[in-house]
Design a protein around this ligand. Sequence first.
Ligand SMILES: [Zn+2]
Length: 84
Amino acid sequence: MPTPLLLILAVLALLAVAALNAYARPFKPCRRCGGTGRKPTRRPGFLPCRRCHGTGLTQRLGSRTAHRTALTIGAELNQRRRTH
Ligand SMILES: [Zn+2]
């Protein structure tokens, strides 16, 4: 049975792409209201979408983790620059 090395590499590549994507674009249009921030109603007017609180944007899954990781790496690099 061949080693699923390619499969592991593919999964890692996908994760890297997802992390980069989450870092570059931490927000995506809200799915519930379609990015309008408004909840369609039968009555005149509109209600702010409850999912995105009327902003029309929701945070991407993992974007917070990606930013935290980037901050940690940045702090580490800064420390090394200072000590050396
Ligand atoms: Zn919404």
